[in-house]
Ligand binder design. Structure first.
Ligand SMILES: [Zn+2]
Length: 164
């Protein structure tokens, strides 16, 4: 699978939905609703990540510490995503058939080589209607190219139209 751009992010506690979308698009994104501003500003684990925040105060504190940050202050999710990509001069988002990264934990997904390994975890209907499944290497969540991904693909088309 070809990943989207190389930028990596850390999203503030308000931005769970945006963090999940960025992971689907392939951007390595730290998100944990328990992280507070001090964690984000002071942890050496997050060096090199761009801080996404809808909080003007956190945005200003990042600026003061010379941490790259983007203020996501728009009303809608799509406008905020477009703001992020415009700021980074990203002109195009690739459309994945399954998420590039686990939406729950940011882990990498591996194609499952033998579907019999998962047939006790999924419904028969799902196993009959899909042939290819992926599993998160960190949390074991299982993914497939379901109808949810059609909505993602439409969202990406809308984003790309705004980026060009
Ligand atoms: Zn996971």
């Amino acid at each position: 699978m070809e990943r989207n751009k190389e930028f990596s992010f850390i999203a503030d506690a308000m931005l769970g939905k945006i963090a999940r979308k960025l992971r689907i698009f392939g951007f390595d994104t730290v998100y944990d609703s328990n992280l507070d501003d001090e964690n984000i500003l002071n942890s050496s684990n997050y060096i090199g990540r761009i801080v996404l925040t809808s909080d003007k105060e956190l945005f200003n504190r990042c600026k003061k510490k010379r941490i790259d940050t983007i203020l996501t202050y728009k009303e809608t999710e799509i406008e905020n995503l477009v703001t992020i990509f415009r700021t980074l001069n990203i002109k195009y988002i690739n459309s994945p058939t399954v998420p590039y990264l686990c939406t729950s934990c940011n882990g990498k997904l591996d194609k499952i080589s033998d579907n019999s390994l998962i047939n006790n975890k999924l419904s028969d209907q799902l196993l009959q209607s899909h042939k290819i499944f992926y599993k998160c290497t960190k949390c074991n969540k299982i993914y497939w190219a379901g109808s949810h991904m059609k909505r993602i693909s439409r969202l990406i088309n809308e984003i790309n139209a705004k980026l060009t």
